[in-house]
Design a binder for this molecule. Sequence first.
Ligand SMILES: Cc1ncc(COP(=O)(O)O)c(C=O)c1O
Length: 420
Amino acid sequence: MRSIDQDYLIWHPFSQMKNTNELPLVTEAKGAYLHTSDGRKIFDAISSWWVNLHGHSNPYLAEAIAKQACQLEHVIFAGFTHQPSITLCERLDKHLPEGEWKYFFSDNGSTAVEVALKMAYQFFRVSDKQRKVNLIAFEGSYHGDTFGAMSAAERSVFTEPWDDLFFEASHLPVPTDENIDELERRVESLANDPCIFIYEPLVLGAAGMQFYKADHLERLQTIIRKRQGILIADEVMTGFGRTGKWFASEHTNVKPDMLCLSKGLTGGALPMSLTVCDQRFYNTFLDDKFEKGFLHGHSFTGNPLGCAAALASLDLMEQQETWDGIDRIHACYEEREEELKVTGKLQNIRMIGPILAMDVMEENKGYIHPLRDRLYNAFMKRGQLIRPLGNVIYLLPPYIATAEEIHHSIDVIIEVVQEL
Ligand SMILES: Cc1ncc(COP(=O)(O)O)c(C=O)c1O
């Protein structure tokens, strides 16, 4: 543990610092475990905010990063290029849904979304001379913390201080068998104007791992596609195996126009993101005038260390062992589903690929939930980093987690909810 005076200079993310008195001081992390200065070993059941795929301090990734660091650690990406970025895009291209893709680098999930939105708006302005564009997203959706990403996403307690500063978006309920016909009608009407539909395919992560059907997504995608709207798949969380496929977009037959990738892109080792867009966007920005280009970039765009980590992570993702890991984790969830149900404390137990989620039966919903801290602390006390989203408990571990480790996490969940 560290005391608040030890890191009194630091303002931590998503935290009310008034209540942040003592934080575990992580001294090292190996495989699926975090080791703290007070001798604790904590199982990282949420892959440290959904980023880690192959375990912490993975030697294969570490070696690739170290090798790259000794050769070319960084170079300005405007006016220069480098081999790790070229190889990465060529190799990723083989795993994305078939298409003619162009790859734009940035640094995190929010900027990947920001880039996608800026490209999409500029595209309409250049191609159609259109200023009125309907932005469509799901209620509860989360796309990041920059202004564009917040504008697209659901308004919530997290966005309240800036609510009057966002641009407009239409938020649709998450599709269900009951509302899908009505949603289709709403999308038809919104698609009368040029429109952008941004969605987390199949799983709304921050909304509490809310699942919806691929068939429903496909019905909405089909309308937008027919009306020449732009489909942006925010795969920041769902990419790289999190729904049991390389990308969640593979669960439907409609290819998005853009994909936002981050988190697992580097195996969780370094911050980097990609906005992958259809070639037609790229072509629309080609012009003799400089100012007609896409004038966006960051100092660390295309960082070679990030690319080296991503390439090493791709090597591992391409190994059968990784996919066996995903299957192994999922099989444990299936095995324990009935046991979770009979606790009588949990409902809506759901799973896809390596994600398991469940709602603690409670009247109140939402992230700021009285149960949240109680559950988090109870899990931490038992050596498990499980960070409930309100009353939603979920597991999203690195793929190297063993069956024994997954069963132990589930044992702990059962023990903790039974004490409620
Ligand atoms: C679907 C989705 N989009 C975007 C983001 C933002 O990513 P970052 O935290 O890297 O900015 C997240 C983060 O959780 C996410 O889940």
